[in-house]
Write a protein that binds this ligand. Sequence first.
Ligand SMILES: Cc1cc2nc3c(=O)[nH]c(=O)nc-3n(C[C@H](O)[C@H](O)[C@H](O)COP(=O)(O)O)c2cc1C
Length: 152
Amino acid sequence: MREADGLIVGAPNYFGDLCAEFKLFYERLLFQYLTYRKECISYNERPVPVLLISTSNAPVGMYSDLMESYRTRFETFIGPTTVLEVGATMQVKDYGKYDWTMFDGPSKVERRERIFPQELKKAYELGASVFRRWIAFRERNHAVCLNGVPLG
Ligand SMILES: Cc1cc2nc3c(=O)[nH]c(=O)nc-3n(C[C@H](O)[C@H](O)[C@H](O)COP(=O)(O)O)c2cc1C
């Protein structure tokens, strides 16, 4: 991570939060930078951009507050962070096999075929644009500020 140009991380939503595997990575990644100092909360002298992608069964918007809290924390400890929420995913291939009365199987399949490819494209483009803007920013600004402290 200390040599990376950026971070793209994706995680499914499990029981109202991002999955355990993601949290394991996230907690240890951010914690190494935590100073516990009021004056400057982060030790990270080399911020890099982050693209955080989440998927959920629920429609987009259901977990926006959660994603905003991850966004601000990544931004504090890692660097400028963009979030992409992908909702209403197709959880199983054949909804006809299950008695899942909460879901409309055919509309899930239709969405997967029509919308999902667009979302994949959006994720790809967002990844590229986040890093393009960051490279341009780094070239314009020799010094970067993190938590109001200019870095050389
Ligand atoms: C253990 C578990 C818990 C889940 N909980 C939620 C949930 O609380 N909200 C939701 O929208 N989707 C929930 N889902 C659906 C997943 O978010 C969805 O299937 C997913 O984004 C794709 O992840 P997968 O590839 O692990 O299936 C859950 C799925 C699993 C397996």
